[in-house]
Design a protein around this ligand. Sequence first.
Ligand code: GLU
Length: 518
Amino acid sequence: MAKVRVRFAPSPTGPLHIGGLRTALYNFLFARKHDGTFILRIEDTDQQRYVDGAEEYIKEALLWSGLQPDEGPDQGGQYGPYRQSERKNIYQKHVSMLIDLGHAYYAFDTPEELDTMRKSEIERGNHIPKYDHRVRMEMKNALTLDQATVSRLLKEGVPYTVRMKVPEDKVVTFKDRIRESVSFESSELDDKVILKADGLPTYHLANVVDDHLMNITHVIRGEEWLSSTAHHVLLYEGFGWEETMPEFAHLPLILKPGGSGKLSKRDGQKFGFPVFPLEWMPENNSESFEGFRSAGFYAPAVINFLAMLGWNPGTEQEIFSMDELIESFDLSQVSKSGARFDFDKALWFNAQYLQGLTADQLYSLASHYFEENGYHTSTDKMKRICELFRERVQTVKQIPAAASFFFEEVSTFEEKTVRKKWKEELRAPYSKISEIIETLHPFQSDHIKTRVNDYIKAQQLKFGNVLPLIRLAISGTAGGPDLFEVLEVMGQSTAVARLKNGPQHFDRISVDAGTHTS
Ligand code: GLU
């Protein structure tokens, strides 16, 4: 097999959504697995859909995800330029070649003439009118005009496009790694525009020419491009490049989380599927939502989650490092049917990865969110807090909220639990425990635990009656990470002050309850 060369070829028309990132990932894994080359090519020939900043966004998303291209606009390489807008003359040269070979032709039809054609086709009963073999001989193009007229129109600068001349009766067949053999009837295909009036190529031409010139061996892309592939195959044939035509692999659609249907852009907005937030996208101001990175996801977890969205390792294993993915990834295990996007599963993956992170890693991911909440304390304390909550959150972004009682006075208490637990006979033991805590030295979790537990045992009290009150006083809730560690990290003076105030809050809550019930 020739040395594997694959490309991720996004159009900079917006942010990178999760489907695009999955395409990039599968290309990357395939390249790494086969010691091949992973190329980034920016397909920016559609001026109307071009969005400023999108290319940077895409590159940053790839970097964040660990999918660094080997060749691309920033990396360079032997086959550049890697931005299609910089390859204009290459395409023009190839369009001329195709015209000379008789597989493309100039078309001078005005938008009004195209409209008239569509209307009259509909009147004739053709409800999906196309510029194709049925109508091409009735239109204003190089197939119907004589050579001298064509030359004159070109010379006069009359606007034109160039269209592919699709053969009439041909079955276009190609092999797809995921779907095996795929066929299209050429009679159903239109004479696609390959060069627009602005002198820029359309996606179809630029894509095929570049895949050929860049020696691409495998085209791995989303299923939405499957129907365009018939035109691409015809272009390869037209140019006489059949021998080196890449293999195709069309990845399954990503389906909505619930119900059916393809994941739409709106779903992406609703469920936060882009990689980064979209504040910078003016047209998206109406709906604010966050991307994976902003939602506090850990990139390797997102990658693992995405890898499983359409690919099945054939075993029960779910957690894969990038190296393991490279080792196990196989296009033949990619499914044909759509893969359902399940945001809870993404959270699950993330939570799994958090378990394996060191305090330093957790802190470096979470520090930004502490900052955002205005929470400041020593780095050491922050790291301990991150560790305390590691098993209780699904993303690091959730840590500051869960740990707010370390940074803010407790103002709300779980009232139901207070009413259930705060009993007159516990007043004395509660203040004794507060005293133990106040006089302990050193103030370390093991030490606190031993002294408090010894006292509870000696008094023949129940842990489940007393300890929740301590928790409630210091954090407002009866749940949370290990109480004694929480006390240590919180520090003796804060803990003592809160314990002192506890009974006053508990009494107030119990009295309120009394008035309600009376
Ligand atoms: N520019 C196309 C896109 O935006 C590339 C499709 C392909 O990979 O051929 O997805």
